[in-house]
Design a protein around this ligand. Structure first.
Ligand code: BTN
Length: 274
């Protein structure tokens, strides 16, 4: 079995050969490219010269200087402290495509559950939380090229070895890392392999049209279901969070007794206001 270079050193660089070797039994990951620094792994995957990257190709950056979050936010990606990567997918399950971000969040949550002492929660649409703070964010972007070939770039950021001083004062109340939650530094290459294996298995479920299983597993990890919430998407909609529909929208029961389906938005858990 291949050893991660300096595998006892959590700050060791991520080795592409190590990832490829560990994923050798998988059909998901044909290539892994590790960069010392990129503006954004999503942007890199979307470059015209990368239009032919095979499905499953993984692009990792040890540091992102222009990491992007959802809704135009910044994603702070300091060197060697987290996992900042994108995976290029050419999914053959267009009917389930809107479930992909939720499924990826589920894959990350299940991989963190394998670590002693961690009990991640999911926050719609695709954040992973530990102790109520964000440990992972996901940004899925799609593009069709001139030949009509459709690809998704799924960008995943996981806070791994940051100490509280590595987060800005603004982020500190909302963000956490595996180091902060467990008291230990974690090997990022091992974590990447575990998350990629999890992604392979949720993709297999979506491809086999077993989205019910994804929705059920997602729902089980979302503590806000059944609780009062607000979602801001231009307007603010408040109501009780009843669940997720078959294409990943939030089902809300509003105070006037009607049902609202919300496809996108910033979500606030109003449990404390109950
Ligand atoms: C969010 O929660 O707002 C989404 C954050 C997504 C961050 C990841 S890090 C790797 C990839 N490259 C980016 O620029 N963003 C995503």
């Amino acid at each position: 079995m291949a050893e991660s270079p300096e595998s006892n050193d959590a700050s060791a660089p991520i080795g592409a050969e190590f990832i490829l070797e560990k994923m050798a039994g998988s059909h998901l990951v044909p290539n892994v490219f590790v960069f010392r620094s990129l503006a954004s792994t999503n942007d890199h995957a979307m470059l015209p010269e990368n239009a032919d990257l095979q499905s499953g190709t993984v692009i990792v950056a040890e540091e992102q200087t222009g990491g992007r979050g959802r809704r135009g936010r910044q994603w702070h990606s300091p060197p060697f402290l987290g996992l900042w990567f994108s995976i290029v997918l050419r999914p053959c399950f267009k009917e389930n495509i809107t479930l992909l971000p939720l499924a990826l969040g589920l894959a990350v949550a299940k991989s963190l559950e394998n670590m002693p002492g961690l009990a991640p929660d999911l926050k719609w649409p695709n954040d992973v939380l530990l102790s109520g703070r964000k440990v992972c964010g996901i940004l899925c972007e799609c593009r069709s090229d001139a030949a009509g070939r459709f690809r998704v770039v799924a960008g995943i950021g996981i806070n791994v070895n940051q100490d509280s001083g590595d987060f800005s004062a603004e982020l500190r109340p909302y963000a956490t890392s595996l180091l902060l939650e467990t008291g230990n530094a974690h090997d990022r290459a091992d974590l990447l392999v575990s998350v990629l294996c999890g992604i392979e298995s949720v993709l297999a479920e979506l491809e086999a049209n077993r989205s019910g299983k994804i929705l059920e597993e997602w729902t089980r990890r979302c503590p806000a279901i059944g609780k009062p919430v607000s979602v801001a998407d231009g307007e603010v909609v408040s109501g009780r969070f009843l669940g997720i529909d078959s294409i990943g929208r939030m089902i809300l029961s509003t105070p006037d007794g009607s049902r609202r389906l919300v496809a996108a938005g910033d979500f606030e858990d109003n449990r404390s206001k109950e």
